[in-house]
Design a binder for this molecule. Structure first.
Ligand SMILES: [Zn+2]
Length: 602
């Protein structure tokens, strides 16, 4: 366990770090007025409701309510502790924390076992690469790669290596360096023999492709056989550090290019990704032999909203592209699909046609998502045959119905009408019928693909006056220490009606006891409660005037205090009705007087 980080160091970090810069590593932010906006990394959305304030150094999402300062951002997004977030930020701005750090992966504390798995992968990655490029033992493997179109640059860039043709080289290599064999077995590097409990190497005589996580740590390998050996690709098993459904190959290297191009190219396998990189496609990433998961999409969303899918053009590849496209489309991505001649994969294509053709005629000539679907639904149909043709037209009209924009629907209906010489009006009519039929079917049911990562809270119910007044007062109290004390004075021992609001001002007055100036970000660290922190971030984002007049102040306080009186009046009104019902007119008159007195106080 690391020592505690000194308070002044935390302040120093907070002052040195820019929240916009930190969040930009995860979210594409656009400046709008004083604040920055982007798509929330905490919930699925397609219009930006996530905002970041440079002045206040805080963030807030109007969609799901997430909010806080730079520390809580990392804590929530990366699952870090406060300490871990502070370590990560300190290293970003070169602040020496003067404490003994635990061994860390990009600021995240890991157990000795995980650290040892990572260290072993790191060591082997370097060793395998050295064997391939510098030794006689690896020479045949290097020649094999060069013969297949790999360049020395890409071999270095992707840290490709070679594992010796030996049953126990890695076992000896690692145990000699004090790596526990049980842990190395769990890491997928060694395999235990049932009969005598001894270990042997998982990878033998294979070209080794290291798999990196998003931070660039080596977490697994894929070993390709050099000859007819099966399987052609032998992958590390899923381990505590390698989870296929979370890993996008090449993400750590491609991220800057992806951000720059505002676009990513998604491949089905890492070999395609490496081949494409040789053709100058530097924003390529690949899944590791799984279909695209929600986790992959969440990771992608951190840097991009637009993706070209470039899968094999065989039957399985086209089906997979269709599934991935739907998944991305429903997550709000702009999609294109790159097509190659039948049955080819990107690696084959580049070998046959060269890198320029791949870049220009495959990636550069990608189809829109809808155009891809036109082709997708056409496969296996004979459009000369009336039955097939009608079935095709119907399914396409259904797809057109799902388009949001009227212009787009019109465009594709025209295309359909032209191709099959059909009346545009008739197509439009049919499209509308299908639209309403689908709508009826889907009401009451969940949309099939919509799976937000966090269920957003329902937003914007109309709040009563006193609620709004309390928020405005808090907003001004956060901005100005004197106003905070004035509000306390005007409340004269009364409290806010909303418990959370009262808790916030109690914290705030405590904060002002040892902070002479307001500091939004520091205050968010001071608050211990997540829920309150989110509320404060939300209030901080309210648009309010710089100053508050005494008149406004007393008006707000009045609204706060009136609420209690209004409740009392309501109570009395019920009593009055009851008295009237019982024909107790004396009592009714007395209650009526009381109500009048209370009303005068409002
Ligand atoms: Zn959100």
């Amino acid at each position: 366990m690391a020592e505690r980080i000194a308070e002044e160091k935390i302040d120093q970090i907070r002052q040195a770090v820019d929240i916009v810069e930190v969040i930009s590593d995860y979210v594409q932010l656009k400046k709008q007025g004083r604040n920055y906006f982007g798509l929330c990394p905490f919930h699925g959305e397609s219009t930006p409701s996530f905002s970041v304030s440079t002045d206040k150094q805080i963030f807030h999402c109007f969609g799901c309510g997430a909010g806080g300062n730079v520390f809580s951002f990392l804590m929530e997004l990366e699952g870090m502790s406060f300490q871990e977030a502070a370590i990560k930020l300190a290293s970003k701005v070169n602040i020496d924390l003067e404490i003994n750090l635990p061994s860390a992966v990009s600021g995240k504390k890991v157990s000795a076992e995980l650290q040892s798995m990572l260290d072993a992968h790191e060591l082997l990655r370097k060793f395998y690469h050295h064997l391939l490029v510098n030794t006689k033992e690896g020479q045949h493997a290097l020649e094999y790669l060069l013969g297949r179109g790999f360049t020395r640059e890409s071999i270095d860039k992707f840290q490709i290596g070679y594992s010796l043709n030996s049953w126990d080289f890695v076992c000896k290599f690692l145990t000699k360096r004090d790596f526990a064999p049980e842990w190395m077995e769990k890491a997928g590097l060694m395999i235990k023999r049932e009969r005598d409990g001894t270990y042997f190497d998982r990878f033998r005589d294979r070209i080794m492709f290291p798999i990196f996580d998003r931070h660039g740590n080596t977490i697994a390998f894929s070993g390709r056989s050099l000859g007819a050996e099966e399987p052609k690709y032998l992958n590390s098993p899923e381990t505590a550090i390698f989870n296929k459904s979370k890993i996008l190959y090449n993400y750590h290297l491609a991220k800057p290019s992806i951000k720059k191009a505002q676009h990513a190219v998604l491949f089905e396998g890492f070999a395609d990704c490496i081949a494409a990189e040789r053709s100058g496609v530097e924003n390529g990433i690949a899944t590791m032999g799984t279909s695209l998961t929600d986790e992959h999409i969440a990771l992608l969303r951190q840097s991009v909203q637009s993706v070209t899918i470039c899968y094999d053009s065989d039957k399985a590849g086209i089906e997979a592209a269709y599934r991935a496209g739907n998944h991305l489309h429903d997550a709000g991505f702009q999609i294109k699909v790159a097509m190659m001649p039948d049955g080819q994969d990107p690696d084959d294509y580049i070998k046959k046609n060269g890198p320029d053709k791949f870049r220009n005629e495959v990636i550069g000539a990608s189809l829109t998502w809808m155009a891809f679907k036109f082709l997708y639904f056409r496969r296996g149909k004979n459009l000369q045959n009336e039955g097939d043709r009608l079935a095709y037209i119907e399914v396409i009209i259904k797809e057109i119905s799902r388009l949001d924009k009227a212009v787009e629907r019109d465009h594709y209906l025209r295309q359909l009408s032209a191709e099959f010489s059909l009346s545009l009006d008739a197509l439009k009519q049919q499209q509308q019928q299908i639209f309403f039929a689908e709508k009826r079917k889907s009401t009451g049911k969940n949309e099939p693909f919509q799976k937000p990562l966090v269920i957003p809270k329902p937003v914007k119910e109309l709040k009563p006056k006193h609620y709004q007044a309390e928020r405005c007062l808090i907003a001004h109290m956060l901005k100005n220490r004197d106003v905070a004390y004035k509000v306390q004075e005007l409340l004269a021992g009364n409290t806010f009606n909303i418990d959370e609001h009262q808790a916030i001002i109690t914290y705030l007055l405590g904060f002002y006891e040892d902070h002479l100036e307001p500091d939004s970000s520091a205050f968010l660290t001071y608050i211990q409660d997540d829920n309150l922190r989110r509320m404060v971030a939300n209030i901080e984002m309210m648009a309010i005037n710089d100053e508050i007049s005494n008149q406004e102040l007393t008006d707000y306080i009045k609204q706060v205090l009136n609420y209690q009186k209004l409740l009392k009046i309501k109570e009395k009104e019920v009593e009055l009705k009851e008295a009237e019902r019982q024909s107790d007119f004396g009592k009714a008159a007395a209650i009526g007087d009381e109500i009048n007195q209370l009303r005068k106080l409002l």
